[in-house]
Write a protein that binds this ligand. Structure first.
Ligand code: MSP
Length: 494
């Protein structure tokens, strides 16, 4: 891979602590993890942030239902999100909690004050339909049979006097930054969706709740009667986590070093918050916009929306316990197109597991290890020993892979790697090394197969880091020596 030395700041959404993590949360986190790892391998200076969104009505109600205080409840759930790090081998550098009064609140308050100073916050009486699931006002258009189409719940009619953010003022600036790619939205279809929405005109947004109705949140600076709207508080995490609001010179220089984010990873349901409100807030605070919003779809289960009510929530920990970390990462990254909706089912999972992992990659490594161990170490000379077609196959996969990662099409990058698994299998079947008597000829064939496995291992590293490490212990193709040693099966058959 090309070596570079740029900074790369990547974030996941911060997750509501109203319930345990499920496979959808795992998906977002794994996508971001691949990019973080890919950029670290390239030599970039990476900072990968995740965390939990702990304020607002949705968290308060979940705590009440569990018979716990908000602080007790969100602390427990936040710890469960933190555990995903080990469970899924996530390489985040930082985890922020919005209830952290020392790390997060000063940043949220500073941002609020900036918007106020720009004259972009004003008081207004408002009556509207509030969906607690969305933590947002919705309109009649969002309802199906009187219920929010997304959360299947009736919205609450709320009439309050609140602080409003003058989002409408930034309409044309937001539009032009999306059009000129200063703020890139991936995929194109999501970008078009945002542009179409902008065409309808932006309205100002309610940015606070009365403290008497919602006290679980960041207090509005200089207004004892208001709590910051949970999205205003939440979006500020991307800044507070890197030192915004800490006031000290050191923290501010850390902030300047990292902001703006290179990539915010998020799902389609929170696109408008990230593509409209967030840029509006940043423009008002005179801060640069993030570079790319990578927007993915939803994971359904057996084609149904994953939800607690339906009772089909897939717990990533259960899957990891049964199959291991990398098979779960592999399924999410391969079966689900990075920017589309995708489906989970046990039968599809097992098909991928047995087909691509156990019989595909695992079998290839085991075959070459078994055939080659007795000849290891094998010294070779790249120019004379690597066949043209093998070198070309490796180059083709590499080029496709780089292109697909640049386009954020991770499932296709994995397909490029698996094209090499197929090429290596075909090569071995054609050469029939088990029937080769001449040791030099056998060394040559193993070297070519080892070269393909070496490329596969390198390309695999950001996706399946644990497996890449295990393969290297069995088949290590480096400089001019190929070392081969049999080991445990990578993916035992199920
Ligand atoms: N707290 C807000 C985000 C604030 S970001 C400043 C929120 N939280 S959430 O927990 O409801 O969802 C966060 C993210 O989890 C979604 O954007 C998405 O990335 C991921 N997913 C939640 N459910 C999902 C699926 N069923 N499928 C795929 N991803 C899903 O919104």
């Amino acid at each position: 891979m090309k070596k570079s030395q740029s900074k790369f700041y990547i974030t996941t959404p911060i997750f509501y602590t109203n319930g345990s993590p499920h496979l959808g949360h795992a998906f977002t986190s794994v996508l971001a993890d691949v990019l973080a790892r890919y950029h670290r391998i390239k030599g970039d200076n990476v900072r990968f942030l995740t965390g939990t969104d702990e304020h607002g009505a949705t968290n308060v109600r979940a705590a009440e239902a569990a018979g716990k205080s908000p602080v007790e409840f969100v602390t427990e759930i936040s710890a469960e999100f933190r555990e995903l790090r080990n469970a899924l081998n996530l390489s985040w550098d930082d985890f922020i909690r919005t209830s952290d009064q020392e790390r997060h609140w000063p940043g949220a308050e500073k941002l609020w004050r900036k918007l106020a100073r720009a004259g972009d916050l004003y008081r207004k009486k408002y009556r509207g339909l509030y969906c607690v699931g969305h933590e947002a006002f919705i309109t009649e258009k969002d309802l199906v049979g009187g219920k929010c189409a997304h959360h299947q719940k009736e919205p609450e009619v709320i009439e309050e006097e609140n602080w409003f953010f003058r989002l409408s003022k930034y309409q044309s600036k937001i539009e032009s930054s999306i059009k000129n790619q200063e703020l890139r939205i991936v995929p194109e279809s999501r970008r078009n969706e945002v542009l179409a929405f902008l065409g309808g005109g932006l309205e100002d947004v309610s940015f606070s709740r009365p403290r008497k109705d919602l006290s679980w949140g960041v207090p509005v600076p200089d207004d004892l009667d208001s709590t910051m709207y949970v999205w205003c508080d939440a979006l500020a995490n991307y800044l507070s986590a890197i030192g915004y609001g800490q006031g000290q010179n050191i923290e501010m220089s850390k902030f300047r070093e990292w902001w703006p984010a290179q990539v915010h990873v998020l799902a389609k349901d929170i696109l408008r918050f990230h593509a409209l409100i967030w840029p509006g807030m940043l423009l008002s605070a005179d801060l640069p916009l993030p570079q790319t919003l990578l927007v993915h779809g939803f994971i359904t289960v057996e084609s149904q929306k994953m939800s607690k009510t339906v009772g089909n929530v897939v717990n990533p920990l259960t899957l990891v316990r049964k199959y291991g970390i990398d098979p779960v990462r592999y399924y999410l990254l391969r079966e689900i197109a990075s920017t589309e909706d995708g489906d989970f089912s046990v039968s599809k999972f097992e098909q991928r597991y047995n087909g691509d992992l156990a019989n595909g990659l695992g079998n290839l490594v085991a075959r070459v290890a078994a055939l080659g161990e007795k000849l290891s170490p094998i010294r070779f000379d790249f120019k004379n020993h690597i066949e043209k077609e093998i070198d070309a196959a490796s180059d083709r996969a590499f080029t496709g892979y780089e292109h697909h990662i640049a386009e954020f099409r991770f499932n296709e990058a994995l397909a490029d790697i698996w094209a090499l698994v197929g090429a290596a299998d075909r090569y071995i079947n054609k050469k029939k090394p088990w029937a080769i008597a001449d040791e030099n000829e056998l060394r040559r064939v193993l070297t070519n197969a080892g070269y393909l496995i070496g490329t596969i291992t390198n390309l695999l590293e950001p996706f399946l880091p644990e497996s890449a490490g295990k393969i290297k212990k069995q088949i290590c193709f480096q400089d001019s020596v190929l070392e081969i040693k049999k080991g445990e099966p990578l993916f035992p058959r199920r």
